[in-house]
Write a protein that binds this ligand. Sequence first.
Ligand SMILES: [Zn+2]
Length: 247
Amino acid sequence: MHLFTSEGIVIHKLKYLESDLIVTIFSITEGKLKAIVKGGVNSRKRFPGAFEVGNIGEFGFTAKNPYQLMYINHAKVNNYLIDLKKDYDKIIMLFYILGITDAMLIEHQSHPKLFEFLVYTIQFLENNKALNQIRLFYEFHLLKETGLLPAIEKCESCGRPFAGNRVNFLQQTGKLVCESCIPHNTGTFAIPDNLLLLIKAVNNNSLNVDEFLKVDVPHAMFDITTRLMSNYIDRPLKIWQMIDTIQ
Ligand SMILES: [Zn+2]
């Protein structure tokens, strides 16, 4: 019997058969894991409220062998997000952040750094109203961790360095290009300098979170991050429509 315990975050839950749950946990040691909770739907005594999405705690996993679906036989939750759940927009943002995490991570690949950022992000969300900043903060880190955050050093069309030049996002192709490479009649968005600096800081692990929470985030920034994620996920996510309802 394979057995281990890990700190984890509940990122998804689904009712399975009559009374079981299938939960997806982002664990610090083993990455994203799916597991069955026997009788999880009604077990208020054994696991009181343990499998609400966004919960952070300690989860015990068992499996007969490494190739089988696991079971959770122990759960101890540290946060119940009581304040967050009083705010509809924050709930949507929480679902969104957990949803992109679920979509972007592959099972059994550990991402301990991203795990810490997700814990951070959920805490920010509980104590802060800067929803767009929190969203962008987490998206940048998720993209960095999955190797998709661009370094933004060279124009993706002519290959010349961006130094001192504006960086433009082409809405049609998703390319980041210099001023002279913008084709005629194309929708573009020039990334503001302070956000360029933040992308660089995330890339260099030198981000100051407090500074981040103060910047303005134009909505067009999310066209860029959504494009970067959707290239990778390859299917539209319902949460992308959902998140637009709170902007
Ligand atoms: Zn160029």
